[in-house]
Design a protein around this ligand. Structure first.
Ligand SMILES: Cc1cc2nc3c(=O)[nH]c(=O)nc-3n(C[C@H](O)[C@H](O)[C@H](O)COP(=O)(O)OP(=O)(O)OC[C@H]3O[C@@H](n4cnc5c(N)ncnc54)[C@H](O)[C@@H]3O)c2cc1C
Length: 302
């Protein structure tokens, strides 16, 4: 951990209550300055960590690498680096992972990833066969904490409930520390999945993915691609607000807060916020949830 912030320093600064993490994606070069302003505002809330996505098929590899390395050097919440198996040999994937570990990265999110144009997944001839193989490799290389994906609503490659849960079990058996879900809008969808997981004997931490509705039209289109169900009540609430940004923002805060409160009431204590590189909505949700002190909120507002 030569040029990175020491763990002791980080643990003094970390922690929103309960366990809340934020996800960002590497920005396009022209958006870089705005991105770091957003990151600095989000960091002020002291999330448990900030995860950095890995572009589909490694498409934002260099930008992601810069973001992860800068985050690990700077004070504040540590990064969790996402990594996928698509389009790379084991040697190439290992080189990225070990480079990050040497730079001080301790946390990873290990994913199979998607093929270009969403064709059926084909492992690279010399690559990792899926997320479980990648988890095992990351752990072998010294990663301290590895998260994996989980899907309360059937993923496009879902076969049946038993094989889905066996597959998740395989990722834990390979060394995953927790699973983060694809976002859902109905708390009950998450709770039923958690129940199924527990009934199948998988007693491992499950973090719920929260997608704040920063722009309903965009969220709807993104959801169609990743298979997340947009309930009719959500459509009815947001469709009339397309030209009313303040009302849309207020509805987005209320929707997220009601979702989180319902789940907290059911004992859920891990939330992963897909921030879409926007700070305001995430900050307002944290304020309403009481997840950040006034001092931190004031710092984030600056
Ligand atoms: C928290 C999170 C973060 C993400 N970050 C990124 C990112 O940074 N970059 C990116 O490109 N993508 C990202 N994704 C998307 C992810 O890459 C895609 O959803 C991909 O299609 C699945 O990856 P996975 O590792 O979750 O897959 P897996 O869990 O391996 O497979 C997904 C589902 O397919 C079925 N399945 C697959 N293989 C089997 C099998 N052998 N037997 C039985 N069932 C099987 C299961 O139902 C399983 O739940 C993320 C997803 C999540 C939930």
């Amino acid at each position: 951990m030569s040029n990175s912030v020491s763990q002791a320093n980080r643990s003094q600064t970390a922690h929103l209550m309960p366990h809340v993490s934020f996800e960002v994606f590497p920005p396009a070069p022209k958006a870089e300055e705005r991105f770091w302003t957003t990151v600095s505002r989000l960091r002020a809330l002291r999330p448990a960590y900030m995860s950095v996505t890995y572009g589909a098929g490694g498409s934002t590899k260099d930008r992601g690498d810069r973001v992860v390395r800068r985050m690990v050097r700077e004070p504040g919440p540590e990064p969790a680096a996402h990594l996928t198996c698509v389009g790379a040999s084991r040697t190439e994937t290992d080189a990225i992972a070990t480079g990050w570990i040497e730079a001080g990265v301790r946390r990873f999110v290990a994913l199979r990833g998607d093929m270009p144009d969403m064709q059926a997944f084909e492992p690279h001839p010399e690559g990792y066969g899926g997320a479980a193989d990648l988890v095992a490799a990351l752990k072998r290389h010294g990663a301290e904490h590895v998260s994996v994906g989980a899907y309360p609503e059937p993923h496009p490659d879902f076969r049946c409930e038993d094989s889905d849960l066996d597959h998740l079990r395989g990722k834990f058996a390979a060394g995953a520390d927790n699973a983060i879900t694809q976002y859902v809008f109905e708390p009950e969808t998450f709770l039923r999945y958690r129940d199924r997981m527990r009934s199948a004997g998988i007693e491992r931490p499950l973090i719920v993915g929260l997608m704040p509705i920063f722009d309903f039209a965009k969220v709807r289109s993104f959801s169609a691609k990743c298979g997340a169900v947009v309930p009719a009540w959500l459509e009815a609430r947001f469709a009339p607000l397309a030209d009313r940004p303040d009302a849309h923002h207020e509805a987005a805060v209320e929707t997220a807060v009601s979702f989180c409160r319902r789940l907290q009431g059911e004992g859920v204590d891990g939330f992963h916020v897909y921030t879409i590189n926007r700070a305001d909505l995430t900050i307002d949700i944290c304020r309403e949830m009481g997840w950040a002190s006034e001092e931190r909120l004031a710092e984030a507002a600056a």
